[in-house]
Design a protein around this ligand. Structure first.
Ligand code: ADP
Ligand code: ZN
Length: 731
């Protein structure tokens, strides 16, 4: 490496800070000097801020005026590969470097020296009497499994005073311990015996491990139907990374899936790995960040932002359910964790496994093009077979108004109830009804701040905006014409469907699964376990159930509205419907009983519905790929979404129009601009939104062109501009 590695005291260093400045700042290296990449505290005006030594200072000013770095923090310096990674993500997503550094330092108290502190865990004693406050403390401790809290964290999480916790300590129900602030994670042993693999699984593992042993970068698409053992297979790749002394990262799309996965890791490697997600305590996050950096965490299981942890030697990244849209972050830094995982691995010579039953078209195309290796697991493990899929043609069903369960579906559910098997009714809409209509004047109740209708949530007895979260009580009278008693729900949400199911199947036990119906992750997990044990005849669920949960007694999946996401301006509508329907159907028949999936549709001959039913996945992808190739859209063309927003619509449009007129940098690379047009959701939280769409040929330097295009803009007042490269959602 040509760059200087170490700076003596007094030498000028350039420091990147987390403050919103567009450049690094020069400081004098502190007493004792500092390494390139060192985390430092520097003075900025009257404040002290966090920064990283990014290189030699630029100088060019009176050296006597240079201020000194205050101190070097006691954490491992940022490695070169991380600096390169942050820079490349910044270039790719058009994000300023300070925002990248914030993403890479999202752990509190990084600067604090290692020391002892008191921590609190679940004890074995019983309190003499239970109060509400005491119950809450114990619940929080159980919710987080074996994790420890500081006194302040525990009291805050439980919403009690610290004296409540201290009271429980006296009684032995909570244990108080002295602990170094950050402990290494327990050793994961890759050589404990794993499961005996099937021939297919073993072949996949052999190929993955051979790739790993080259020590070079490589990405594999691991495609396998739900239950085929993808997790078993990639756990063996994790084992190989650990044997090679390298670290591994497993990304999961949803916290609700971590608990089951952690149990499997523990069974395979004898201990639990580090966890990184929004549900982890601040103390735990800090520990993960530090231990990852010094190599004392072999495996991290986490959400997308775990990709920015300071791994010492990352050898493997697994992106499970790689097609999941939650891997795309859509506020702050707009990045796709799946794509950035590939970038990071390419920089540090790691392997990537993208696992899914229904891969994204992007990954499928990359495999077709030979950029990714592809491994297929075609059979379910053990006796489990894939469900039979059939349409229910809604045009031929006799439906009562205000009902959504067709006679054919009703009959199929009845058969399951008789055999003591479970049915799942799937509807991808939370709440009671998506629209509340005034039958007197035709008004549909809308959010005051967004261009969106309010959704009735009868369970909460409120109307809610799914854009901004604003809620209000259900009014008696129409807010527009003031007539009373004429407001009516239109269309079904999960709560309304549950009501219909209760009336239709009075003898059945019904369980509802929707992310908004449970107060805590623990309550949700408990419900899922109950259902898995058979404590429900009918499960009514939203998207939540499509993701990886295992219900052995479930043999029927009824999709209430298979057409719901088929239409819409989104170029991925067909792909999403295909993935979602196949994922949901995959819930049926996991154990020894064969399953069936019934799709209620008004368009059984629609090509997407036909592809879903026939199971001809390759056919579907080829057709979808051909369509996108013709249209020149991703993955066969490049796109970027620009959203301008502000309190007044006029000035926002003016800027949009000016941008559309001055599009030379874009035309230079053969790109086109569409818009400005009101964004599909034209107002969110009181801000008007105007959208421009940039379409460029594949391989065109779109970021560079956009950077040149927006550089001359001077945004006045409260107008904001965001750029989303490779947008996933068009809203
Ligand atoms: P996927 O990740 O593809 O959905 P999993 O790895 O979760 O599949 O496997 C589905 C179920 O089958 C799990 O309960 C898993 O433990 C079990 N299973 C898969 N392969 C094996 C095997 N070779 N031996 C024992 N159990 C297995
Ligand atoms: Zn709103």
């Amino acid at each position: 490496m040509s760059a200087q590695e170490y700076f003596d005291q007094g030498e000028l260093v350039a420091v990147l800070t987390t403050q919103p400045l567009d450049r690094t700042l020069d400081y004098k290296a502190p007493e004792g000097g500092c390494f390139l990449g060192a985390f430092v505290e520097v003075p900025l005006g009257p404040r002290k801020v966090l920064g990283v030594v990014w290189g030699a200072g630029q100088g060019g000013f009176d050296l006597a005026k240079a201020r000194s770095v205050i101190r070097v923090l006691e954490v491992s310096p940022m490695r070169e590969e991380m600096r390169v990674f942050l820079g490349r993500v910044a270039d790719y997503t058009l994000t300023p470097m300070p925002a990248m550094l914030r993403l890479a330092t999202r752990a509190p108290g990084l600067g604090d020296p290692p020391s002892m502190r008191k921590i609190y865990r679940l004890g074995s004693g019983e309190p003499d009497r239970m109060t509400d406050a005491r119950t809450r403390v114990l619940e929080v401790l159980r919710d987080y499994g074996g994790l420890a809290f500081t006194l302040k964290e525990l009291a805050e999480q439980a919403g009690v005073t610290s004296s409540v916790v201290k009271g429980l300590v006296k009684q032995g129900a909570v244990r108080e311990e002295d602990s170094p602030r950050d402990l290494p994670y327990p050793y994961l042993d890759p050589d404990l015996p794993g499961k005996k693999l099937t021939e297919d699984q073993a072949a996949a593992v052999a190929r993955l491990q051979a790739g790993q042993r080259t020590g070079d970068y490589g990405t594999t698409l691991l495609k396998g139907v739900t239950g085929s053992g993808k997790t078993e297979v990639y756990l063996e790749a994790v084992a190989e990374a650990l044997r090679m002394g390298r670290q591994a990262l497993v990304l999961l799309p949803e916290i609700a899936l971590t608990a089951e996965f952690l149990t499997r890791v523990e069974a395979r490697f004898g201990a639990r790995p580090a966890e990184w997600h929004s549900g982890a305590t601040m103390t735990e996050r800090r520990r993960v960040w530090r231990m990852v950096g010094q190599g004392d965490a072999q495996l991290v299981v986490g959400a997308r932002s775990a990709l920015f942890l300071p791994f010492r030697d990352l050898g493997l990244v697994v992106v499970d359910e790689e097609h999941d849209t939650s891997y795309k972050q859509e506020d702050g830094v707009h990045y796709s964790a799946r794509d950035m995982a590939v970038l990071r691995a390419a920089i540090c010579g790691a392997r990537v496994i993208l696992a899914s039953a229904t891969p994204s078209l992007e990954s499928w195309a990359n495999a077709e093009a030979g950029k990714y290796d592809r491994l297929d697991l075609t059979a379910r493990f053990g006796a489990a077979v894939l469900p039979e899929m059939k349409p229910i043609d809604m045009r031929a069903e006799q439906m009562q108004p205000g009902t959504w369960i067709s006679p054919s579906l009703r009959q199929a559910v009845h058969q399951r109830i008789e055999k003591d098997e479970q049915s799942l009714l799937f509807i991808n809409r939370r709440g009671y009804a998506p629209v509340t209509l005034c039958r007197a004047c035709g008004e549909q109740i809308a959010c005051d701040y967004c261009d969106a209708r309010m959704v009735e949530h009868r369970f909460l007895k409120r109307l809610m905006c799914h854009q901004c979260g604003e809620t209000k009580p259900m009014p008696e009278a129409c807010p527009s014409c003031k007539v009373e008693g004429k407001l009516a729900p239109v269309g079904p949400g999960i709560e309304r469907l549950a009501e219909e199911a209760e009336a239709t199947f009075p003898e059945a036990k019904i369980a509802m699964l929707s992310s908004d119906l449970f107060g805590s992750a623990r309550a949700l997990k408990a419900k899922i376990e109950e259902i898995a044990e058979g404590d429900a005849d009918i499960v009514i669920g939203t998207q939540l159930v499509a993701k990886g949960h295992n219900f052995p007694k479930l043999t029927l999946v009824g999709v209430i509205d298979a057409d719901l996401s088929l239409h819409g301006a989104d170029l991925r509508a067909a792909e999403r419907t295909f993935q979602l329907m196949r994922q949901v159907a995959g819930r049926a028949g996991r154990a020894d009983k064969p399953g069936q999936a019934l799709l209620q549709t008004f368009q059984p001959e629609h090509p997407v519905i036909r592809a879903i039913l026939s199971g001809d996945e390759e056919g579907f992808w080829k057709a979808e790929a051909a369509g996108r190739q013709v249209a020149g859209v991703p993955p066969y063309g490049r796109m970027a979404g620009i959203v301008l927003s502000g309190p007044e619509v006029g000035p926002v449009f003016d800027i949009g129009n000016a941008m559309a007129r001055n599009d030379v940098p874009l035309r230079d690379i053969g790109a086109q601009v569409f818009g400005p047009a009101p964004a599909p959701i034209a107002r969110i939280r009181g801000r008007h939104r105007v959208r421009l769409l940039v379409k460029a040929p594949k391989g065109a330097p779109i970021q560079d062109a956009i950077a040149r295009w927006i550089a001359p803009l001077r945004l006045k007042g409260d107008i904001r501009l965001t750029v989303d490269i490779d947008p996933q959602n068009f809203y």
